[in-house]
Design a protein around this ligand. Structure first.
Ligand code: H79
Length: 460
C-alpha cells in the first residue's frame, strides 16, 4: 500500500546526532506564553473571557466588550513590563529542573517579542522597547537551558495572512507575500539568535498553508541548511496529500512528534518509537496569563509529576507552560508549582534526565524509566502490604541486583519470589518498603541492574 510521496520527510528514521540526543535527554522543559494578551490576563474590566487567554483578541459573544479587537490591537502601546528580569525567570526554570525552554516569539495575534524589521507590530514599538527574545536566550543559555522558538504561522496582524486557499491571482500574490514574510522572519530569528536550538511551530492547519507544501518543503530544507542541528517538530508542514504530522505512508514529518498538546498517549505502542513532547497548561487550556485561577481546576505538583513520569517512561519530554503577567511576573500559583516540582526534581531527577522507556509491562505502582544499569520505578500507588513486586521477563538482558530509595539512598530488601502464573515467561522480585518510610509525594525506587541473563537457579 505504499503511496507515492514527494514531499514527505527530508530524512526518514530517527536522528542520531548530538543535538537530537540532547533533546531526547531533556526530560523536563518549560513553555512560556507571553505577549500583549498578558495585559488582559483573561478578562477585561472584571469581565472574564470564556476561552484561552492568549486567544482573547477573538473574544466574542455577549460578554465581550464592544470594540474589543480595536482595544486589543492598541494594548501594545501599554506593554511595559517593569518587573521583567530574564535572569530571574531563567533561575526559576533552573531551580525547577527544566533543561529546555520554548518562548512564544510570535503568537496568533502577530505581536513579535523581538524587533522584527518585517513588521511594525513588535516589542520595539512598545514603551518597553528592548528585545525580549535576546534577553531570554542569553539568560537561559547562561543557565545551561536550551532555548527553542515558538512561532505561529497564523498572523492576525498581517493583511496577507489567510486561512482558505487563495484562488484569484490577486489572492495568490497576496499569500505569496505572506509566505515570503514568514520566511524572512524565520531567517531573521536564526540570524539574530544563533544560540537557538529549534522552532516549535503552531497554527499550521489552515488550507492556505497546507496547499503550500512544495514551498514549505523547500523552506524546511533551507532552514536546516542555514542552522545545522536545528530541531523542528512534526507540526511544521504536510505532504502533497495534505497529511499533517505523518505523511501518507505514516512517516514522521520532522524530528519529533508534536501532536501531544494537553494530552498523553495511553500506550507506548502508539508512539512507534518516535521522539515526542507533551506540552501542558496548569489551568485548563489557558496558555497566556490568567489573573483569576479560582474558577478552574488548576493542576497540582502531584499531577505534574505524574504527567512528567508518564512522558519520560514513554520516551518523551514533558513541557510545563507558564503565562507571566503584563509586568513580567509569573503567577503566584506558577511560582509555587515550580518550587514544588523543583524540590522533587532535586531528589529524583536521576530518574528523568537521560532516562527513557523500559521494555517492561506497565507497573501497577507507577512508571518505569531506565538507564544503562539502572531501572527506576516512580511509585504513585503504594501497596498496602509494602511489597513492590517487579515482573521481569526471563528474556531480559538486565538483571536486578539491588534496590534503594533514590531520594535518600536507603537500601531496600529485594528478593526473588517463587510465585506467578507465568514463571516460565517472567520472574518476580519483591522489594520491601520499610513501614516507617512515609512520603506524601510520589517516590522513586532505584533498581541497580547488571547485564546478563536471568538465571532462576542463581536467584533461588
Ligand atoms: O499556543 C497554544 C494555543 O493558543 C495554540 N497552541 C498552544 C500551544 C492553539 N491554537 N489553537 N489551538 C491551540 C487549538 C486549535 C484547534 C483547532 Fe484544529 C484548529 C481545531 C480546528 C482547527 C488543529 C487542527 C486541531 C484540529 C485541527
Amino acid at each position: 500500500d505504499h503511496i507515492d510521496v514527494k514531499f514527505g520527510p527530508l530524512n526518514k528514521g530517527k536522528r542520531t546526532d548530538a543535538d537530537m540526543q540532547r533533546f531526547r535527554e531533556y526530560g523536563l522543559g518549560q513553555f512560556i506564553h507571553w505577549g500583549v494578551y498578558a495585559i488582559a490576563g483573561g478578562e477585561w474590566n472584571g469581565v472574564k473571557a470564556p476561552t484561552a487567554s492568549e486567544w482573547i483578541r477573538v473574544w466574542s459573544g455577549n460578554t465581550a466588550p464592544p470594540n474589543w479587537q480595536q482595544t486589543y490591537d492598541n494594548l501594545y502601546k501599554q506593554f511595559n513590563p517593569k518587573n521583567f528580569d530574564a535572569k530571574r525567570w531563567a533561575s526559576q526554570a533552573k531551580q525547577m529542573g527544566a533543561r529546555y525552554m520554548i518562548i512564544t516569539t510570535k503568537h496568533h495575534d502577530g505581536f513579535c517579542l523581538w524587533p522584527s524589521k518585517y513588521t511594525g507590530y513588535t516589542i520595539a514599538q512598545t514603551p518597553y522597547k528592548k528585545d525580549i527574545v535576546k534577553q531570554l536566550i542569553d539568560a537561559y543559555t547562561a543557565e545551561g537551558i536550551d532555548v527553542y522558538l515558538y512561532f505561529s504561522i497564523i498572523d492576525w496582524n498581517n493583511k496577507d495572512y489567510r486561512t482558505s486557499a487563495p484562488k484569484t491571482e490577486e489572492e495568490k500574490e497576496s499569500y505569496n507575500r505572506f509566505l515570503t514574510f514568514t520566511r524572512n522572519q524565520l531567517f531573521e530569528l536564526m540570524d539574530n539568535y544563533p544560540k537557538m536550538k529549534g522552532f516549535w511551530f503552531d497554527g499550521t492547519w489552515d488550507k492556505a498553508w497546507i496547499n503550500a507544501y512544495e514551498w514549505t518543503y523547500q523552506l524546511e530544507k533551507d532552514l536546516r541548511n542555514a542552522h545545522p542541528g536545528l530541531i523542528i517538530g512534526s507540526r511544521f508542514r504536510n505532504d502533497e496529500h495534505g497529511k499533517r504530522h505523518f505523511d501518507s505512508n505514516g512517516d514522521l514529518l520532522g524530528d519529533y512528534e508534536q501532536g501531544w498538546e494537553r494530552k498523553l498517549p495511553a500506550q507506548y505502542e502508539w508512539l512507534n518509537g518516535n521522539d515526542w513532547d507533551c506540552v501542558m497548561t496548569i489551568p485548563p487550556n489557558g496558555w497566556g496569563y490568567i489573573k483569576d485561577w479560582s474558577r478552574f481546576y488548576t493542576k497540582t505538583s502531584y499531577d505534574l509529576i505524574d504527567m512528567l513520569m508518564h512522558s519520560v517512561s514513554m520516551g518523551g519530554n514533558f513541557v510545563l507552560n507558564f503565562g507571566p503577567d503584563g509586568n513580567g511576573k509569573m503567577h503566584t500559583g506558577e511560582d509555587k508549582l515550580a518550587k514544588e516540582l523543583g524540590d522533587w526534581m532535586k531528589l529524583n531527577g536521576e530518574a528523568v534526565y537521560g532516562a527513557t522507556h523500559a521494555a517492561l509491562a506497565p507497573s501497577p505502582y507507577g512508571y518505569y524509566t531506565q538507564k544503562v544499569n539502572a531501572l527506576y520505578l516512580t511509585v504513585f500507588n503504594r501497596p498496602v502490604n509494602n511489597q513492590i513486586r517487579l515482573k521481569i521477563p526471563r528474556s531480559a538482558t538486565q538483571v536486578p541486583e539491588a534496590a534503594s530509595l533514590l531520594a535518600n539512598k536507603t537500601s531496600l530488601k529485594m528478593k526473588f519470589v517463587d510465585i506467578g502464573i507465568d514463571l516460565d515467561k517472567n520472574v518476580y522480585f519483591d522489594i520491601t518498603l520499610p513501614a516507617s518510610f512515609m512520603s506524601k509525594d510520589p517516590f522513586v525506587i532505584k533498581i541497580d541492574t547488571k547485564t546478563g541473563k536471568i538465571n532462576a537457579l542463581e536467584l533461588e
